[in-house]
Design a binder for this molecule. Structure first.
Ligand code: SF4
Length: 314
């Protein structure tokens, strides 16, 4: 499958079939914590980056087999709302397979565009992000396209809430000393209140991001922040323990990853090519292997390599 991946066990959406509408790596942001690497095409231009007719053909073939899914989810290696055919693909699913729920995981930067808001109206759940409110933190954390302004993005999210009747889960991704500082938290709470999502989901680094100096926020700090956001509806995106309980992790994929890096350490992109697995799907497995202490990361010139973690002999 070229445009579909999974189904993958997702922390937020259960068993989810991924649909990738843009190639690696087209995005309107270049976040320092991005798990799929640096943005190579930083843009706000909407185009058919992946041909919609081919995506629809793949979806038709897959969904006609009546797979057991919680969601069909637009996400992937870049920003799905940049594909100008997003609405057409959502319409195809809703017209032909209305029993499948549709989710869109988006960086939320394009909802000031009325056409983008219109195209997502038939989705069931939207999962936009908002990590910063002040321009300076936004620039340092999300490294946006020069065409984007944070005030415009927030205004777009407020409009979206007025027009969209499904659920909105707003994610805030925290990086220590950048957006967990008091002044930014106050601004975030004030603006999130205006956006009025159904749920605020707090997240932090799960595995190495684009910039290796980016560290995760401690669980304790995330809990303090969750407390600060109350009485707004807030949760910390579930811990790895919950993820381990998801049954659809396939042991054989885990073993294939371990077998491969046993022979030679590899980057996520190497593994994705060798095992013919979508980067997002692979990331779920790497995240779990890191949680389980079975693999570790080493930094080399070509990027972050994953290798087997040897037990320490005493
Ligand atoms: S985290 Fe999402 S929004 Fe940020 S650069 Fe990566 S794909 Fe784009």
């Amino acid at each position: 499958m070229k445009y579909l991946f999974g189904p993958v066990p997702s922390r937020r959406l259960g068993i989810s079939l991924g649909v990738d509408l843009v190639p690696l790596k087209v995005c309107s942001l270049n976040c320092i914590y991005c798990e799929v690497g640096r943005t190579t095409n930083l843009t706000t231009e909407r185009r058919e980056y992946s041909p919609v007719s081919e995506v629809i053909q793949e979806l038709a073939g897959y969904l006609s087999q009546q797979p057991d899914l919680d969601f069909v989810t637009f996400s992937g290696q870049g920003e799905p709302t940049l594909n100008s055919g997003l609405g057409q693909v959502i319409d195809f699913i809703k017209d032909n397979y209305p029993h499948y729920k549709v989710a869109v995981i988006t960086n939320g930067t394009l909802f000031w565009d009325q056409e983008v808001r219109r195209e997502v109206l038939r989705a069931d759940v939207l999962l936009p992000s908002l990590d910063a409110v002040s321009e300076s933190v936004f620039l340092r954390l999300n490294r946006p396209s020069p065409h984007l302004k944070i005030d415009q993005i927030i205004a777009g999210l407020i409009e979206l809430r007025k027009e969209f009747s499904g659920k909105i889960y707003l994610e805030i991704f925290f990086v220590p000393h950048l957006n967990d500082i008091e002044s930014e938290l106050v601004l975030l709470k004030e603006n999130v209140r205006k956006i009025n999502p159904d749920l605020i989901q707090l997240n932090t680094l799960d595995r190495p991001g684009t910039e290796n100096w980016v560290k995760p926020l401690s669980r304790k700090r995330l809990e303090e922040i969750a407390q600060f956001f109350q009485p707004l509806p807030v949760e910390i995106i579930s811990s790895p323990e919950t993820r381990k309980k998801i049954q659809s992790f396939q042991q054989d994929i885990e073993n294939q990853i371990l077998d491969t890096i046993q022979r030679r350490p590899a980057t996520d992109k190497d593994l994705s090519e060798i095992l013919n697995l979508h980067l997002n799907e692979l990331n779920k497995y790497l995240g779990k292997l890191l949680d389980d202490n079975k693999v570790e990361c080493i930094e080399q010139e070509r990027g972050i390599f994953f290798k087997i973690k040897r037990p320490i002999n005493h």
